[in-house]
Design a protein around this ligand. Structure first.
Ligand code: XIL
Length: 357
């Protein structure tokens, strides 16, 4: 055997092992259920958040959870917190009085359990997405009050120990700083808020109770009212956390957001960013997407700057499943990943803001 041939005989099996290993790795990644797993940088957001005691979470779309392996992969990999986007709303759970539909909510809670994620229950008492039998305003005060208490007890009871924090009431403050008009305030008066929290405390004493609000991120009349309500509930031992939805535009994080969050934290309450997204006018230019990334990074920095901000939830993580195109016609591209689950500048900037020492 010539030396050349001998070398080949020795090298061939080594080459084979190397190639086979590379092939196995490649096919492992290919089988993870979508192009995203390859494209995302190595450290998942949930791990980066941990370093600052921030649970990075997302709203979850039930249809995607059921049907899209790539979506499930990224969800489990990147997020340590989960909020069912619609599955726990009253119209989803009890479209007709007395007939309960748990499948979608159970699916979300089960998924979270399997992937070591905490759940935010969203939401027990809200003016929107109510079934017609409540929304039509035909129930009298005594009946409606009992219906509210029973609902809270039933839903919280089912997920006892599995939902860490509940949005007990959602969006109860009007933009002018008054109490929002709703079937709840119309029928029961302002006291429905404290009654809902008292029922929630009784129903699951170990759950953390939150009040969640839209458009109250900055200092102003709306957040002033929220502050008064939060202070009162906290004094009565009924409130643990205040949620700021944070549906933003390229105008950015309001300049007074940090100050605002800090005054709630000074009451001894945790604060959370609960529904973050940053909508962009269609079609979304590269320049706009770059600015969007800065807004997301600012939001991360705001939460990091407030000692009692331990949760940052985005309202969907892929442009394929986002409420923005429907709720804000002419806008889109509001999330961290594009429709193919590839990271946008927003994802990278979000991660970088968490990575910053
Ligand atoms: C939105 C969902 O994302 C949509 O799918 C649904 O059609 C309407 O509600 N504030 C909230 C969320 O508290 O529950 C809303 O979610 C967005 C605004």
């Amino acid at each position: 055997m010539s030396r050349k041939v001998r070398r080949l005989v020795v090298a061939a099996p080594i080459l084979f092992v190397v190639l086979a290993t590379l092939g196995a790795i490649a096919s492992y990644y290919d089988n993870r259920g979508g192009p995203s797993a390859k494209a995302l940088p190595s450290a998942p957001l949930r791990e980066l958040g941990k370093a600052h005691d921030i649970t990075v979470g997302t709203a979850v779309d039930d249809a995607a959870l059921r049907n899209e392996p790539g979506y499930r992969e990224d969800l489990a990999r990147e997020f340590g917190g989960l909020t069912p986007e619609n599955a726990m709303k009253w119209d989803a759970l009890e479209p007709q009085r007395g007939s309960l539909h748990w499948a979608a909510a159970d699916r979300a809670v089960d998924f979270a359990g399997k992937h070591d994620m905490t759940v935010r229950g969203h939401t027990l008492v809200w003016h929107a997405q109510l079934p017609a039998w409540i929304a039509d305003g035909k129930l009298g005060a005594a009946d409606l009050r009992q219906v509210m208490r029973d609902h809270i007890a039933t839903v919280m009871g089912r997920y006892k120990g599995r939902v860490r924090t509940w949005d007990v009431v959602n969006e109860v403050v009007a933009d002018d700083g008054g109490l929002r008009k709703s079937v709840w305030s119309d029928t029961l008066g302002p006291v429905f808020v404290a009654e809902a929290f008292a029922a929630a405390r009784r129903s699951d004493p170990k759950a953390r109770l939150a009040i969640n609000e839209i458009g109250a991120e900055s200092l102003g009349p709306k957040s002033d009212t929220l502050y008064r309500i939060a202070k009162e509930l906290k004094a009565r031992g009924l409130l643990d956390e205040v949620g700021f939805q944070s549906h933003f535009t390229l105008d950015g994080v309001p300049a007074t957001m940090r100050k605002n969050l800090e005054r709630f934290a000074a009451l001894g309450l945790d604060v959370a960013i609960t529904e973050a997204d940053v909508r962009v006018r269609d079609p979304g230019t590269p320049e706009q997407l770059a600015v969007q990334g800065e807004v997301y990074a600012d939001l991360v920095n705001t939460c990091r700057a407030v000692a009692r901000c331990h949760a940052l939830t985005v309202w969907g993580f892929t442009d394929r499943h986002s409420w923005i195109p429907e709720s804000s016609p002419g806008y889109g591209s509001a999330t961290l990943l594009d429709r193919e689950l590839n990271p946008k500048p927003a994802y990278r900037d979000f991660a970088a803001a968490l990575r910053r020492p």
